[in-house]
Design a protein around this ligand. Sequence first.
Ligand code: PRX
Length: 581
Amino acid sequence: MAAKRPKIIKKDLKRVSVKPNLLNYEKTYRSFSYKKVEKELAWLGKGKLNAAHDAVDKHLNTWRKNKVALYWIGDECDKKYTFLELAQLSNQFANALVEQKIKKEDRVFLFLPRIPELYFSFLGILKTGAIAGTMFAAFGPDAIYDRLHDSGASVVITSPELKPRIDKIRKKLPDLKTVIVTGSVKVNSRKGEVLFNDMMKGQSRNFKTKEMKPKDKAYMLYTSGTTGKPKGVVHTHYDIIHQYMTSKWVLDLQEEDVYWCTADPGWVTGIAYGILGPWANGTSSVVDARRFSAEKWYDTLEKYRVTVWYTAPTAIRMMMKEGSKLAKKFDLSSLRHMCSVGEPLNPEAVYWGLNTMGLVFHDNWWQTETGGILIANYPGMAVKPGSMGKPFPGIKAAIVDEHGKIKKTGKEGNLAIKPGWPSMMIEVWKNPVKYKEYFKNGWYITGDKAKVDKDGYFWFIGRADDVINTAGHRVGPFEVESALVAHPAIAEAGVIGKPDEMFGEIIKAFVSLNKGYKPNDGLKKDIQHFMKRYHAGHAYPKEIEFRDNLPKTRSGKIMRRVLKCQELGLPVGDISTLEDD
Ligand code: PRX
């Protein structure tokens, strides 16, 4: 599908992106120290803090107590919650969890659509000292099982629509004691099922938030690498200092802003910049829980007079596809700052923003593991379309070779960060070996290839490994392959990311079949349906190719590199001496 190319207007990008009231980036950079900024955290006594307190309750001592924290948009109605209401609802939920004997470091997982309960239960979990885990609502039973099983979660909160997927795997999860269900449906108390509303009834609106040490664990989410099942990336309460600062300086959140982060808290952006960072700044946030449509999104921007918008390239491209005519039907004059993350932002998208909204998208870069934005185009900087920007103050980023040696300006290499920034993941759940693998020769190795130009701007080249980025979602080929071979027709599977103009990449699967199965379109559809149902709605192979054999190493590992080269029509190189693992 070819996206319509917008007319490119060569304007002075620097002029439109500079706002007079913004902090001076270069000056700030020279005087920056996280130690100094620590004073801005809401400490709960000596060396103790809690990210939920910093995000919400600290505002209750200020005029923001009755300020709207959350504008929620649903299919049937809109709702709003003040900071006071969020504090009270999360306190009630924290009390309910304590009644369920939840204690520090227990894992409480959320498997919910973007309903208000998701937001105040996330905060409530943090207040008890337990670890909040999030899961995207498109996950199927297998993906949910991997996460709940590995984390040993004792509680999961879900909705009536999503609960059947948990029911399917419940028997295999002995650690899972309680399933909390929102709405009003029949639940089976003998199986530890309980209604959210019943739990909340009669709970006090006060709760003594647990005082945590900065490096105590707060939340976790699973993310994909090239090999193995998804890893549980664990973050601490101290993350909030970085999320607070980057929300202020990169997203430029100010008191009077209405801010909209379009990400789902099943992914890290929806936590760091959909919950913790903006609320720590006392910002009013919009959550639109409806299915994407360009028209609905423009309507949200107009209706809520959104001033700062944080979204993703695929969504921008989908809006571009609808054309500027649709955009012109709406009053988007409230917008003053736009940011993007998660996948490469093509220059056309930056120019489209300029043509349509009179503003450029400010691209920034980070990862689940980094817990916050590390490289960004700042509001006060000249935007170079296609570049991710410069490192955030206090962050040292570089392009290094295999031995950790910094490469010359303009040379491609591994994007690496000096470890130790406040929101760095603290562990990979139950997997110290995997955690250690990230750190080499004194650098945190991101897994991305990039280059840096003479002005210090970073340019994304691609992944250094086989990880697929489809519509901004990080997908591990191994997980998709394992799910594919569970289909009765499939003997072997190899999965790659195939470049796509709209989604960045789509998932393409090469499969060989078991005896008795014939390759045909009906089987393709059946496999896709199977993948959506059991694995994940967003991570199914859009393309499937049947092969008699798949290229393999001597030890039998499928060579995705060869499949990718063949797909792209690139020379495969010498495979006469088959690679070893
Ligand atoms: O490959 C990079 C890509 O997304 C990966 C991180 O994915 P995830 O952990 O799911 O976090 C996404 C949201 C923070 C990175 O390793 N990525 C992220 N931002 C950009 C990007 N690729 C290009 N440009 C970006 N701005």
